[in-house]
Design a protein around this ligand. Structure first.
Ligand code: ADP
Length: 259
């Protein structure tokens, strides 16, 4: 990517999302620059997960546009009307976005290596030998080179989550969405996963959008924090600033409750 490319990695333009009468997002605007590591924080029910689920295409917005690297993600404006883009275009732009879930979502009947090479071979059409070589590099990176042939069910939660991170990275996404990736882990396993993500943040220019209750994680990995309340961004700042001297009263209250 050229250095002067200022197209945002992610752009929400007037995004609205309702569940029945419950208006969760109403005309939400925000951008995430390329290479940014953005954490969404805020009380339960403030819309953070909905934002990730829209980007995971597990939910669809009712209004507005989502752009990924300047490309329409699910809808575009054509002839003045908001219309869905084709399935083919969706799947192409969606490949730029990798996802890691709270519950790992690995294929339990496959080995660690098979989990990682599956999509690169079948979705991207990469030759098997190349996919295996890349998977081995990634396993090295997440500290699991010795688990290459293990069944996922033989691994600890922390190890499974590191496999899930390697699997997401194997698709060479430009954006990584991290949805409460440490919430299902025993406390002693959280540090390993955070260490891996910190390393990825330090050694790649991948854009990250993170939802987490772990404020330490937000502090160590992200360079920008967005505080949500009632589906709106009420404060945004560098983690050091927001955690040490939050300006908004609601942010102060939220941080008092969670820190
Ligand atoms: P957060 O991640 O900040 O806790 P969510 O995005 O999960 O917030 O939820 C925002 C609001 O949307 C809540 O009021 C929640 O009840 C509602 N909501 C989320 N998902 C659904 C769904 N699938 N069906 C109905 N309501 C939902």
């Amino acid at each position: 990517m050229p250095d002067n490319d200022t197209t945002p990695a992610i752009e929400f333009q007037g995004v609205g999302k309702r569940f029945g009468d419950n208006v969760v997002l109403d005309g939400l605007n925000f951008t995430v620059a390329k290479g940014d590591r953005v954490t969404l924080i805020g009380p339960s029910g403030s819309g953070k997960t909905t934002i990730l689920r829209l980007l995971m295409t597990l939910e669809e917005a009712n209004d507005g546009l989502i752009l990924v690297d300047g490309q329409p993600y699910t809808h575009e404006i054509r002839g003045g009307k908001r219309v869905a883009i084709s399935e083919k275009r969706r799947s192409l732009v969606r490949r730029r976005v990798g996802m890691v879930f709270q519950q790992f979502n690995l294929f339990p009947n496959m080995s660690v290596l098979e989990n990682i090479i599956e999509a690169p071979i079948h979705v991207l059409g990469i030759p098997k030998a190349q996919a295996v070589a890349r998977a081995e590099d990634l396993l090295e990176k997440v500290g699991l080179a010795d688990k290459r042939d293990a069944r996922c069910t033989q691994l600890s939660g922390g190890q499974q989550q590191r496999v899930a991170i390697a699997r997401a990275l194997a698709m060479e996404p430009e954006i990584l969405l991290l949805d409460e990736v440490t919430s299902a882990l025993d406390p002693e396993l959280v540090a390993d996963v955070l260490g891996v993500l910190r390393n990825i943040a330090e050694t790649t220019d991948i854009t990250m959008l993170i939802v987490t209750h772990e404020m330490q994680f937000a502090r160590e990995v992200s360079n920008r924090v967005l505080m949500f309340d009632g589906g709106k961004i009420i404060e945004e700042a560098h983690p050091e600033a927001i955690f040490t001297s939050p300006e908004h009263e609601r942010t102060q209250e939220f941080l008092r409750a969670v820190l």
